[in-house]
Design a protein around this ligand. Structure first.
Ligand code: C5P
Length: 227
């Protein structure tokens, strides 16, 4: 069977990674969460004091980029690869609202994007990959055989993310999550380098009114038609 590249882009909290993970499992493909890579770089920058609520020393982060080693290591129990920052498993800690509040600023930096895009292209070289993010169909794999662009209303997305974080035991308010979702979309869509836009050949899927199962079946069918 032919192996293809599947690019899943879209706004924050549209359920891209849940879908991408399930699709990869079903097809026996690798799954790469590129948002996790931007989040891990953000965690690194926060720990070094390069970014906080008052300051952002972009030049210091750029200088230190060679000190950042990112790896994906498969966790058989969970059934997907987790992200490691300099040999530390940071899969959980990078999902905090604090990291979410800084990540889109970090993602505006061309030097950061260049480093991560190179690694993403290398990880997907052999095809047989489902990659989710914001610029996969436009920049990372412009020749991907299947490109999906996921959307849903901001309220629905914030509600889903709020419940997810709450279930993980995080002490948060809905308003904070809503503000973060809207602000991230604004920054991601308006940045100069690789803004979040739908690739001209991507298929838009608005999942506001779709169940997870309906959405999965729809996209699996699209993938199977290409294989
Ligand atoms: O997908 P996730 O919400 O974890 O992504 C976190 C952030 O990382 C996004 O809001 C965006 O700023 C950045 N990102 C990006 N390009 C990607 C993936 C994520 O700029 N390919």
């Amino acid at each position: 069977m032919k192996k293809i590249t599947i690019a899943i882009d879209g706004f924050s909290s549209t359920g891209k990674s849940t879908l991408a993970k399930e699709l990869a499992k079903k097809l026996g493909y690798a799954y790469i969460d590129t948002g996790a890579m931007y989040r891990a770089v953000t965690l690194f920058a926060m720990r070094k004091g390069f970014i906080n609520n008052r300051e952002f020393h972009a030049e210091k982060l750029i200088e230190a980029l060679t000190d950042i080693d990112l790896q994906f290591i498969y966790n058989a129990q969970k059934g997907f690869a987790e992200v490691y920052l300099n040999q530390e498993n940071v899969e959980e800690i990078i999902r905090s609202l604090e990291v979410s509040n800084f990540v889109s600023q970090i993602a505006t930096l061309t030097e950061v994007r260049k480093k991560l895009v190179e690694q993403q292209q290398s990880l997907g070289r052999e095809k047989g990959v489902v990659m989710d993010g914001r610029d996969i169909g436009t920049v990372v794999f412009p020749y991907a055989e299947l490109k999906i662009f996921m959307t849903a209303s901001p309220e629905i997305r914030a509600e889903r993310r709020f419940l997810e974080l709450k279930n993980k035991g995080q002490d948060i308010q809905f308003d904070e999550v809503f503000k973060n979702v809207v602000e991230r979309d604004r920054l991601d869509s308006t940045r100069e380098d690789s803004p979040l836009i739908k690739a001209s050949d991507a298929i838009e899927v608005d999942n506001s009114n779709l169940t997870k199962e309906e959405q999965f079946d729809l996209i699996l069918q699209m993938a199977q038609n290409k294989i």
